[in-house]
Design a binder for this molecule. Structure first.
Ligand SMILES: [Zn+2]
Length: 92
């Protein structure tokens, strides 16, 4: 039953959904409070959309579903999403 891939599988879609590069991003689990890189989450693809689960407690952190060509991202199991701010373009 526990067929999953690592979080790298969703970084592309997740980054696209939020409009920023999430490869260095991390999540804080609402279930157990652990912090981990998005790349470390367990990703379940054999369900509608993609489900990201906590590598510590297995709780659902993020659900990404494409509906009518829009990515619907649910962050119900996440206390915090930590991402690098968009790089400012050089002003000089
Ligand atoms: Zn957890």
């Amino acid at each position: 039953m526990s067929h999953y891939v690592d979080g790298n599988a969703v970084l592309g879609a997740f980054s696209l959904a939020l409009g920023t590069d999430l490869s260095e991003g991390s999540l804080e689990c609402a279930g157990c409070g652990s912090s981990h890189a998005i790349a470390q989450t367990r990703v379940y693809l054999r369900c509608p959309g993609m489900v990201l689960r906590c590598p510590e407690c297995g709780g659902v952190e993020v659900v990404i579903v494409e509906i009518d060509h829009r990515l619907n991202v649910t962050l119900s199991g996440v206390l915090a999403l930590r991402i690098a701010p968009p790089r400012a373009s050089p002003t000089t």
